[in-house]
Design a protein around this ligand. Structure first.
Ligand code: ADP
Ligand code: MG
Length: 245
């Protein structure tokens, strides 16, 4: 599925990610952990194609097969092209879009896949499941929304867009336990079974709800450890500061 090959990136003059290689498998759930400032959000930006990111020459990001006849490398594609390839990123701090409702945004994104009436119905149905107030659906997206409300709207968009590769950056920040459970359950229930899910977090509390099959730990811009449920349990118990790298 999505693979990172020797990914090193800078923002401005500062080198932030250092030689990260990893293959994500379809249908698996991952937790990407690490202390504040370890490079988790930068990795998400590098995968999504944030315009600030400068890739080293050797860096390579591939998704599936034969996307680019020459190399399969998507590192020079713009973020909207990557979105069309099935990559979705929910930002740590979702931006407010004054004048744009969630309907308007989704209608644009899904104009070829779903007619507006069906879309409207689906959004309402999902909003009910997520306990999102109706009123939020007709207001400007994220404008004055609470932390929890923003993250629920991100989850709703993710499910409707049905990406192949979905990254959620700190979906647990500013969200109470009930909302977190609702969001985790909703994503697991509605995203396609083949979607790769990556939850980025610096807290161990999310692990209980998402039950990742694999955990990735970053420190200082490097991927320092990966492991399965044993590592996840250990981190849940002791925190990631304690793990040996
Ligand atoms: P995390 O998400 O793990 O908390 P980030 O990816 O946000 O970490 O940040 C990793 C490092 O990159 C930090 O040292 C941070 O200061 C630096 N950094 C992030 N964004 C920028 C930027 N726009 N310009 C310069 N440095 C940045
Ligand atoms: Mg971050």
């Amino acid at each position: 599925m999505l693979s990172l090959h020797n990914l090193s990136v800078s923002i401005g003059k500062q080198k932030i990610l250092d030689d990260i290689s990893f293959d994500f498998q379809p249908g698996k759930t991952y937790a990407l952990m690490g202390p504040n400032g370890s490079g988790k959000s930068t990795l998400a930006s590098a995968i999504m194609g944030h315009p600030e990111i400068i890739y080293s020459r050797a860096s390579k990001i591939t998704i599936g097969k034969k996307l680019d006849r020459r190399s399969g490398n998507i590192k020079n594609l713009s973020a909207d092209k990557r979105a069309k390839l099935g990559i979705f990123l929910s930002f740590q701090t979702p931006l407010a879009l004054p004048g744009v409702t969630v309907f308007a945004l989704l209608r644009l994104a899904l104009e070829k896949q779903m007619d507006p009436v069906t879309l409207h119905k689906q959004v309402k149905k999902y909003a009910t499941e997520l306990h999102i107030k109706d009123e939020l659906l007709t207001r400007s997206l994220n404008d004055g929304f609470s932390g929890g409300e923003k993250k629920k709207l991100e989850a709703l968009q993710a499910v409707l867009l049905a990406p192949q590769f979905a990254l959620f950056d700190e979906i647990d920040t500013g969200v109470d336990v009930d909302a977190l459970k609702t969001i985790a359950h909703f994503l697991k229930k509605h995203l396609p079974k083949t979607t790769t899910l990556v939850f980025i977090t610096h807290s161990t509390r999310l692990l209980k709800y998402i039950r990742p099959q694999e955990v990735l730990v970053m420190k200082g811009g490097r991927l320092v450890k990966t492991g399965g449920s044993l590592l996840s349990q250990k981190i849940e118990k002791d925190g990631f500061d304690e793990i040996e790298v």
